[in-house]
Design a protein around this ligand. Structure first.
Ligand SMILES: CC(C)(COP(=O)(O)OP(=O)(O)OC[C@H]1O[C@@H](n2cnc3c(N)ncnc32)[C@H](O)[C@@H]1OP(=O)(O)O)[C@@H](O)C(=O)NCCC(=O)NCCS
Length: 166
């Protein structure tokens, strides 16, 4: 990809482009089990639920957001305070160019810095690329939830992968 790719903390002004990337994945992929596009109101709540310990990062290329990643609270129950769930979405058309890998790598480092203990990824069974990427970052497969989702008429398993910081 020509030009400079910048990875930085997401700002509220990025939310429209973040939402476009996510809504496209909702409609076209099994990567997320959301089935209806998110409204700007829902996304504003999602954004506000993140903070320094639960970052959202974006990859920006020539002023366009081409990917985003987040570490979201795994649960509101307090004992889970150092556990987060990772999400990563690259703009269709910009995939398989190393952007997802860069973003996952960066957000994992941020998670370490802010004091998380462990990061969990829920990855649909048919998402070989995401499984491969998370494995390459040190995530281990810790379980499979069988037939927990149905999308595009197909029952789907979800792999749970986990990274525990040293
Ligand atoms: C999954 C996703 C985040 C990956 O980001 P990306 O920028 O496309 O991926 P990258 O180019 O950084 O890396 C792709 C890696 O997968 C590998 N790969 C490509 N096709 C593959 C396949 N069919 N099976 C396994 N690995 C594959 C590539 O070789 C590369 O690995 P390497 O760096 O070790 O060579 C991105 O494709 C995406 O947004 N997909 C739709 C949403 C999604 O699935 N999000 C993740 C939800 S868990």
């Amino acid at each position: 990809m020509d030009g400079k790719l910048v990875i930085r903390k997401a700002e509220i002004g990025d939310l429209i482009q973040i939402t476009e990337i996510y809504n496209d994945a909702i409609l076209k992929t099994t990567a997320t089990f959301d089935t209806e596009p998110k409204s700007s109101e829902e996304q504003a709540i999602w954004f506000a639920n993140h903070d320094d310990k639960h970052p959202i990062l974006v990859a920006e290329h020539d002023g366009t957001i081409v990917a985003w990643a987040s570490l979201s609270k795994w649960s509101d129950r307090c004992a889970y305070q150092d556990t987060a769930e990772i999400s990563v979405y690259v703009l269709d058309g910009c995939r398989r160019r190393g952007i997802g890998k860069m973003l996952i790598c960066e957000i994992i480092e941020v998670g370490h810095r802010v004091g998380l203990h462990t990061v969990i990824a829920r990855i649909t069974e048919d998402n070989d690329m995401s499984i491969h990427l998370h494995e390459s970052m040190g995530f281990k497969h810790v379980g499979t939830m069988k037939e927990v989702g149905k999308k595009f008429g197909k029952l789907l398993d979800v792999n749970i992968m986990q990274l525990i910081y040293d």
